[in-house]
Design a protein around this ligand. Structure first.
Ligand SMILES: *Cc1c(COP(=O)(O)O)cnc(C)c1O
Length: 220
């Protein structure tokens, strides 16, 4: 099946409140343009430099999401255009994003990445650390940041029950944080689910899925 057919099939199956981020990492502009011509406007990349190059080369009505781990010294390369940063995991990183956003006179939307997987390889912070950041005096001054939700990745396993438990745990944290009133924070997005588990993620409360190989084919 073509990229457009893959995309349309997934889109048809998604409920209206779920946003599809087409994960185009490692894929060439020509592939991404096929998805663009099929109507897709939200794309996710995991390397800031790659995303910046694709941003330069492609139509400007695309919303670019940074879904990978963010190094502070590279924030400046995306601050002028990034639409949502999924993997935010420290106050220091938020301070750098705020500083760069200010230079562009923008407010940058960010998700806090919560660690739900049991693997050490996955990034993210605990609920307690997230709350500590949101409650801090330093965070309340970051007026060029808007925390719009949470992101998480489940353990890479065939054990569906475990994945379900991890997604359910993240949804619970999301619903807890949603009820609190933090400055620079407007919790509405729960980013969880990838090619292998997005249906399960949606059943567990996801509002944003990040799907790559199901659209663009396997990555080499
Ligand atoms: C690569 C990646 C995805 C998409 O993975 P697929 O299995 O190809 O859908 C989603 N989220 C993050 C954070 C990724 O790095």
């Amino acid at each position: 099946m073509s990229i457009a057919q893959n995309l349309n099939k997934i889109k048809e199956s998604l409920a209206k409140q779920v946003t599809l981020v087409a994960v185009s990492k490692t894929k060439p502009v020509s592939d991404i343009m096929q998805a663009y011509h099929a109507g897709q406007r939200v794309f996710g990349e995991n390397k800031i430099q790659d995303m910046a190059e694709k941003y330069e080369a492609m139509p400007k009505d695309i919303q670019w999401h940074m879904i990978g781990h963010v190094q502070r010294n590279k924030v400046k390369y995306m601050a002028g255009f990034v639409s949502l940063i999924h993997g935010v995991d420290s106050l220091k990183l938020l301070e750098e994003i705020n500083k760069q956003a200010l230079k562009h006179d923008r407010v940058i939307n960010c998700l806090l990445q919560i660690k739900i997987a049991e693997e050490d390889s996955k990034f993210g912070i605990t609920q307690a650390s997230a709350e500590k950041i949101l409650d801090s005096e330093a965070f309340s001054k970051l007026n060029n940041i808007n925390i719009t939700g949470l992101m998480g990745m489940a353990t890479f396993t065939d054990n569906e029950a475990q994945i379900k438990d991890e997604f359910t745990a993240l949804n619970k944290i999301f619903n807890t944080l949603k009820t609190k009133n933090h400055p620079n924070c407007n919790m509405q997005t729960l980013s969880m689910g990838m090619s292998g588990d997005y249906n399960l993620a949606i059943a567990c409360g996801s509002t944003m899925v990040r799907v790559g190989s199901r659209i663009f084919g396997v990555r080499s």
